[in-house]
Every structure is written in C-alpha cells, then in structure tokens.
Design a protein around this ligand. Structure first.
Ligand code: BMA
Length: 774
C-alpha cells in the first residue's frame, strides 16, 4: 500500500501558493555523549552505535565480544543536535510543527533552547507545535536518557509490587527491566540476540508549516457488506484547521479501474477534525480480491482523493486499495472437543504456512529496502504464505508491509509486548494508547495483515506462573493483564479497525480464553487457539511427540550459522564448538548441548583429527539436524489439516520459529545472514548413523553464467545425503540446498544478491555432504 504523503500543495485562484511546506531534517547531525568528551557527526535516521562505527571510533559491534565491550554506549546519555536555516519564509505560516516519525526512545526536545516536549516510546510518532519558537535560523537538540537507566528508574519507582521478570537469564548477557520501557524488547537481549539498547532518531524528522488547514493523516479500510453483496471503502482523514472560520469545499474520491467516482461536500470547523467518507463500489462491477501467495493474484486498485477547499486549497492523495476479507473461524469440530482456529480469506479456508519474523538487525538503519525485498522474496520462493511479526521486536517499516501486500504474504501482527508482565500505571498506559492508535492508523490499509495479537506469550507467562507469583498475588497481575490488553489495546483495535480479527495473546485459546475471563488455565491447549511448542529432549524424527494442535504459531530447533558467516565476526582461536566465543554467542541455556544431543540421535558426530574440520562439520550437522527436525514437525502439522486422531487435530497453521537472524549466532533461524536452507522431501528408512554402504561422494561443479543467474552443474560419484553448497561470503541464494543427491548429476541455480563473477564463485565454492563426515 503506498500512501503518497508527499508535500501538500495548494493552488490559489491566481498564481500558485503552497498551503503546506515541509522541510526535512534528515542527514547530518551532531552527536555528543553525556560529559561532552565525545563529539561526532551522525546520520539521521540512525543511532549512536552506527555513528561511532562510521567515524571509526568503534569496530563492528557484532565482532566477537563487542556486545559486552560496547555496553558503555547504551549506558551513556547522548545528545543529538543540529542547526539549520529554513529555506522559506517561516513567518508567513500560521502553524509550524516538528514531526518525528520515530525517536529511540527517552528524550527531551529543545527547539531554540526552549523545551518543546518529551518522548518515551520508540513506536510512537510525535508532533510538537513549534509555531511560537521557530525562526529562520534554528537549533534543535534531543537530549537522550539511557533507556537502560530509565527502565531501572521506572522499575524502582513502581513500589507497590514487582513487575517481573527483573532481568533476563544470565546466559543472555542482557539488561534489566525492559518491560518498563516502550522500546524494542529484544534490544535488551534475547535467547538468540545481543543486547544493543540503541539511542537515536531512527526514523524521519521534518518541519511542516501550513495555513488554513492541513491533512495530518489519511487511512482507509475496504469492508465487504455481506447482505448487500458489495464492497465499501471507509476512509478517514484527520485535519488540523487553523483558519478561524470554517473551511468548506468538496472531496472527490476516484478508483478509475472500478469505474467509481464519488463527490462529497464538506465543512471543516476550526481545530482538529476527522472526516469520514464512505465509498460504495457498485455491485455490478467485478472487484478482483487480494489473495495470499499460492491462492490467487494480489490485485490492487489505484485510488485518488482530491480535497478542493475554500480559497483554492487543493490537497491530493493517492493510494493502492486492495480488497479482501478475513475471518477467524472458531466453531465446534465433529469428533473433537473444543473449537477450531483457522482463517478464511475471501470466504476460503487457508492453511497458514510460514515462519516468525524478528528484527533484521539490531541497528535498524542497516535494514535496507533491498534486504527486506530479498528476505521477503525468499519467503514466497520457499512457498510460504505467512509471517508472524513477533511481539518482542518492532512494528516493521512501511516498506515491509508494502512488500507483503505485493508478494501475497499474510502477516500475523503482534503488538510489541513479549515474555514479560507489564505495568499499567497511567503514564505507561497513555504511552501505549498513543502507540497503538498510531500503529492501527498506519497499518490498517494493508491487506497482508490478517490479525492483530496483543502480545507474545504473556498469558502463558502469567497462567503457567513463569515468575513464581504467589497464588494470593495473582489477581493483581491478572487485573493488570486485562487492563492492558483488553481494556486498552483491544478497545482501541475494535474502535479503529473493523477489517481483521484481534486476539489478546499468542499462544491463546481464543474464544475459550475470553470465556475464562481473558486468561485461560492452559493457554497452550490443543483444543483451542494456537500453541507454541518446543521440545529439545524428545527425538524429533518421532512425529508422535508433536502436539495435534489447531494451529502451531511457534516451534523450532536451534542451529549454528554457516562457518562463512561466523568467520567474519570471529578469529582463529574462536573456531571450536567449546571456545569462549561459541559459549558467549549461545544465549539459550544448554543450547549447544541440546543441538549435539539431537544431532547424535541420528547422525555420527564429527571426530576429525583437524579441529577446524570438526568445527565446520559440527556446524553443518546442526543445520542438517535443524532442517530434518523442522521438516518432520512441519509435515506433521500439514498432515494434521485433514486428521482428527484421539479427538485432536484439524491443524490449520504452521509457523516455525524463526525465519531470520539478528546477528551471527546460534538461533532457530533458517535464513542466516542471507543464506537459505531449503530442504527437499525424502524419507529415510533408518537413522543415518545406522545406514550401511555410504561411500565418500566426490562432488564437482561446473559453473556457468546465464544473464544475472549462475548455473551449477553438479556431478557426484556416489549417493550423497544433505549436499550443502557454500559460496563463502558472496551473498545470494541457491535454488535448492541441503538436498539428497541420488542421481549422478543435478543442476542448481545461484541467484546473487550483489554483482559477482564466475571466477569469484569458483574460488569461493565449497561443497559438503554427510559422506565427508562418515
Ligand atoms: C518463544 C519465542 C521467543 C523465543 C523462542 C525460542 O518463546 O516467543 O521468545 O526466542 O521461543 O526460545
């Protein structure tokens, strides 16, 4: 969906006058630490870590132990400042606002040395009235407070009762009390991620000046009227009317391809005004609906809205409109107690197959449109149709959702609360309310988003008593839970968005959770809602260990990223499975042992006399193990669609944990720094450690180029399980990898993500198969 919120122009009777002008404050700012000992230039959007790196003052933050070495950066209180001249005559404008699309996180803002406001939520958009302080030449300062110190203060000030967890497990080497600050929750560390609590201006900043009235924002929802069998479009435009008299005029909405044009009269009273428009699409016109990938096209229609207001003030917007319906079906199932939990898109039941999405980098200024496109294209190429934007990360940038619309990827959108209990004092709630209202407005026009979910695992944390809360204290926390997710977030969703369902948590029991007072005794039930399932002890080749759930929204196994990925952030002494580095990067208690245990159930563990060979082979084997485990479990859920066994089944979703990685470390991800592990289907009659007659396979490749693509013609001397092709640090994707090679020859394509050559590929090419270890 492309909302072209560009500079607003108005054409006045004679000549041309702009009704609004916008001046971007992107680009170079000055950054200074708390005691003034460090001063450096830094980019906006950006963060302190990136600025220090760009100035050569720190190394790559992901290198070796730098997450610990650079802890001082997030404990300091930094200031961003800039002096600038506005290139138009500012005194001619009735109203001037400073717009900050994203501030990370706690800051006090001074404009020409006057405090104009404060920020405490990185997910909110801020607008401050600077009409009375703005001049032609200006200074702006954002005085940040360390989010880590702020979180500690907030927690200390919450004296009535603790709000757990205080700190992450020690193995995560993270910071404490992240639940007290409205910031990317995993930036204080996670069980796959480092602690980099960034500071900075992470999105656009600009000055907007206007006369008469200004369109602040504009959003819409296509709604299908079942009884009339017709589509309607509900449009909402928010104006700031600065004229002292009412502003009249008309608005024309047009969707040419649907032969639809409607005109409305309007009169805007002074002050903040919301205009609601209702557009009927004639039922005689065929509207092509938006479908998820694999189910149909992603047809969208161009729409224009033209406000023609008094005094020749014209404001025009354009956007792409997609039409689709989504229903969450919870109804009795024959032969199974409980309720179903599945989605109907445009009236058709759809199995949600996909993965969970986490932030693509600790430093969001490094997440480019190209990276998003490559990752999301990989999602559809791997035949997925859904991503869950997990609640411990961020509401993704507009481009992410635009790409999902375009590619047909359904998005399960969590609100950003995860694995914790949260406070509900008024200041916190006000901040959350502003965040939620803003995010609903920003995102609701995207057809890709098919559900809002209140949080990640917080109902489970509460009801399974993760934090050892005494039974007598539990009602306090249940009350807080209901206040936050039901009385605030849910209310805002119901008021602001009629075009998709809402659930309070994941996992949850859906309607049963509601019936039990918004918290279920066991939110992970197989008979209701969705489940998260992790089991590192049982043999993953034995599908009997998996839950016959209605919907598996999280499940998975860890693996190590490829050696070529790790090599870039480590040094020779780190290259063993038990090195200080390997232990440091593992943020999940016992994770390295669990991987070896699981791999050892079906594979011989590597025992080369060369320690580096053993390390590389072990990494390879953890990936093979992960691929096998996720494959077995995913196939189990896919089969479960049409099965009811022991009164359980009718599974309608499988989203494995996790698609992508945030840094180079062991995790549950299948895409590690731009490489795709895509297993093909086969069935082994025994564990591979028991297989007889496997001979060492000599695999050779002849590489040729066809346009932008490289063709790898492979030849093997013997049957080779889990053939892994590697081109070192050359970014790109193979059409298949980790496959079983039973035929003598096979052709695989390589899609480079950056320009490369045949000779570069030949030099970097390396192939491994299980027969190299045996
Ligand atoms: C679930 C997720 C994440 C976590 C993953 C693996 O709990 O929601 O919090 O990273 O499992 O442990």
């Amino acid at each position: 969906m492309r909302l072209h919120l560009l500079l607003l122009l108005a054409l006045c009777g004679t000549g041309t006058t702009a009704a609004a002008l916008s001046y971007s404050l992107r680009g170079n700012w000055s950054i200074c630490n708390g005691n003034g000992s460090l001063e450096l230039p830094g980019a906006v959007p950006g963060c302190v870590h990136s600025a220090l790196f760009q100035q050569g003052l720190i190394q790559d933050s992901y290198y070796r132990f730098n997450d610990l070495n650079y802890r001082w950066i997030s404990l300091d209180n930094w200031t961003y400042s800039k002096e600038f001249k506005i290139p138009f005559e500012i005194s001619k404008w009735q109203k001037v606002n400073l717009i900050l699309e994203g501030v990370d996180t706690i800051s006090k803002i001074l404009f020409n040395e006057v405090t104009i406001g404060e920020t405490d939520n990185m997910f909110n958009r801020y607008s401050f009235d600077i009409t009375n302080v703005v001049r032609d030449v200006n200074s702006i300062e954002l005085r940040f407070q360390s989010a880590v110190l702020y979180a500690a203060q907030q927690s200390k000030a919450h004296t009535r009762y603790p709000v757990p967890p205080d700190c992450p497990p020690l193995v995560q080497k993270g910071e404490c009390h992240v639940n007290f600050v409205r910031k990317e929750q995993c930036s204080f560390s996670w069980d796959w991620g480092p602690s980099f609590p960034t500071q900075g201006i992470w999105k656009d900043v600009r000055i907007e000046a206007y006369n008469i009235c200004h369109l602040n924002d504009f959003t819409f929802s296509p709604i299908y009227d079942k009884s009339a069998q017709a589509w309607n479009l509900e449009i909402e435009a928010t104006f700031d009317v600065v004229s002292s008299k009412p502003v009249g005029g008309q608005v024309i909405v047009a969707i040419p391809k649907l032969q639809t044009q409607q005109m409305y009269n309007l009169e805007l009273q002074p002050g903040k005004r919301i205009v609601e428009l209702f557009l009927n699409i004639s039922k005689n016109i065929t509207v092509e609906t938006w479908w998820p990938h694999g189910h149909g096209n992603q047809t969208g229609y161009n729409m224009t809205i033209l406000f023609e207001l008094d005094g020749g003030l014209n404001i025009e917007k354009s956007a792409k409109v997609y039409f689709r319906t989504v229903e969450l079906i919870e109804e009795p199932i024959k032969g199974s107690p409980g309720l179903s939990f599945y989605f109907k898109i445009n009236g058709f039941p759809v199995f949600l197959k996909g993965s969970n999405w986490i932030p693509a980098d600790s430093f969001q200024d490094r997440v480019t449109s190209e990276l998003l496109r490559l990752l999301l294209q990989s999602v559809v190429d791997a035949n997925m149709n859904t991503l869950r934007v997990w609640g411990g990360g961020i509401y993704e940038q507009d481009e992410f959702y635009e790409l999902c619309d375009e590619l047909g990827i359904m998005v399960w959108q969590d609100f950003m609360f995860a694995c914790a209990l949260y406070p509900t004092d008024q200041g916190f709630l006000d901040s959350v309310r502003a965040e939620v209202a803003y995010q609903i407005k920003r995102l609701k026009s995207h057809p890709s988003i098919i559900i809002w979910s209140g949080n990640n695992e917080n109902e489970e944390a509460l009801m399974m008593n993760w934090y050892h809360i005494s039974i007598t204290d539990r009602p306090i926390y249940i009350k807080d839970y209901v206040t936050l997710y039901v009385k605030n977030i849910r209310e805002l969703v119901l008021a602001g968005d009629k075009s998709r369902p809402f659930i309070t948590s994941s996992p949850t029991n859906g309607a049963e959770t509601v019936a039990e007072g918004w918290v279920s005794r066991n939110p992970n039930s197989n008979y209701f809602g969705d489940v998260h399932f992790y089991d590192y002890i049982s043999d993953c080749w034995n599908w009997k260990v998996f839950p016959r759930a209605r919907f598996a929204s999280e499940y998975g196994y860890q693996s190590w990223p490829s050696f070529s990925t790790l090599e870039k952030v480590s040094s020779t002494e780190d290259w063993s499975f038990s090195s200080k580095f390997s232990l440091h990067r593992q943020h999940h208690e016992g994770g390295n042992k669990q991987m070896l245990y699981q791999a050892g159930l079906h594979f011989k563990l590597p025992e080369s006399t060369d320690p580096l060979r053993t390390f590389k082979d072990t990494i390879y084997l953890t990936q093979v193990m992960q691929a096998q485990c996720v494959k077995t479990e995913t196939e189990f859920y896919r089969r479960g669609r049409s099965e009811i066994v022991d009164q359980q089944g009718h599974t309608m979703g499988a989203l494995y944990w996790q698609l992508n990685d945030i840094w180079q470390a062991p995790s549950w991800a299948s895409l590690a720094d731009h490489e795709l592990l895509s297993p093909t289907n086969y069935h082994f009659l025994s564990s591979l450690k028991e297989a007889l007659g496997l001979c060492k396979a000599q695999i050779t490749a002849i590489i040729s180029q066809q346009g932008d693509i490289f063709v790898f013609d492979l030849e093997t001397s013997a049957v080779a399980p889990f053939v892994w092709l590697d081109v070192g640090s050359i970014p790109g994707r193979f059409s298949d990898n980790g496959f079983l090679m039973t035929e003598k020859t096979r052709t695989i394509l390589f899609y480079p993500w950056e320009p490369t050559s045949k000779s570069e590929l030949e030099q970097s090419f390396h192939v491994t198969s299980l027969t190299d270890i045996y």
